[in-house]
Design a protein around this ligand. Structure first.
Ligand code: 5RP
Length: 222
């Protein structure tokens, strides 16, 4: 079975968690595109969505789902998004689609963060997928130097300007043993908008598309 089929399984399973009359936080990427397709089938019962990227906003609107402006929200009942990698503590690397900053804001205000992934995204330790950092353009050289100091290999992501007008540095060769510590450390560097480590605010529920069906992992209180 190809990965798209597994992504689709996880995406459609997320519909079970959508309550009528609510506004849904919606992430970005190919898995989320499947979720938006699924969401459009129940669009009459939801109030609308808050989107993490211009791409998702377009797709939501194309599917007839009303999109509200994130800047007017300090709380949302639910956020559905995917990840580039997720570990057994439900911490994630995100930002492959360059939407990490708005994704982090939505994750921060969401009461329930549901991560939808195919089984290939599950890892023991973050060491494979390059860690994205959104940086203001003037900080490119400084942040690259600081990243080398902590053992990473920074690579400027060419031809990408984020929805916030910034650039992305992808960091290779990191073996991340303490994601919470690294998230805080990189976020504290001047010029960093945000790092794509979602460790302090991890997911609450993970829906994993596998060959045998959808596996559900939940934090205790969910
Ligand atoms: C976008 C993200 C995505 O969730 C992540 O890149 C996964 O994407 P896909 O569903 O296409 O595999 O963080 O910034």
């Amino acid at each position: 079975m190809n990965l798209d089929k597994l992504k689709k399984k996880a995406a459609w399973a997320a519909l079970d968690y959508i309550l009528p009359g609510t506004i849904i936080g919606v992430g970005t990427g190919t898995t989320v595109s499947f979720f938006i397709e699924a969401l459009s089938t129940i669009k009459k019962i939801i109030y609308g969505a808050v989107s993490s990227s211009n791409n998702s906003t377009l797709l939501l609107k194309k599917n007839g789902i009303q999109v509200f402006n994130l800047q007017n929200f300090s709380s949302l009942p639910i956020y559905i998004d995917s990840a580039d990698e997720i570990n057994h503590q439900m911490q994630m690397i995100k930002g492959g689609g360059a939407a990490l900053t708005r994704e982090k804001i939505i994750a921060a205000i969401a009461k329930k963060f549901i991560c939808i992934v195919d089984e290939s995204k599950i890892v023991d330790v973050f060491s494979n997928f390059p860690l994205p950092i959104e940086v203001i353009p003037k900080a490119l050289s400084y942040i690259s130097k600081e990243i080398i100091k902590i053992g990473g290999q920074p690579k400027y992501r060419k031809n990408i300007i984020t929805d916030n007008g910034n650039i992305i540095i992808d960091v290779y060769n990191l073996h991340i043993k303490d994601p919470v510590f690294l998230e805080k450390k990189i976020n504290s560097l001047p010029g960093v908008v945000t790092v794509g480590l979602f460790a302090s605010r991890s997911a609450d529920i993970v829906l994993i598309g596998t060959r045998k069906g959808v596996k559900v992992i939940k934090k205790n209180k969910f």
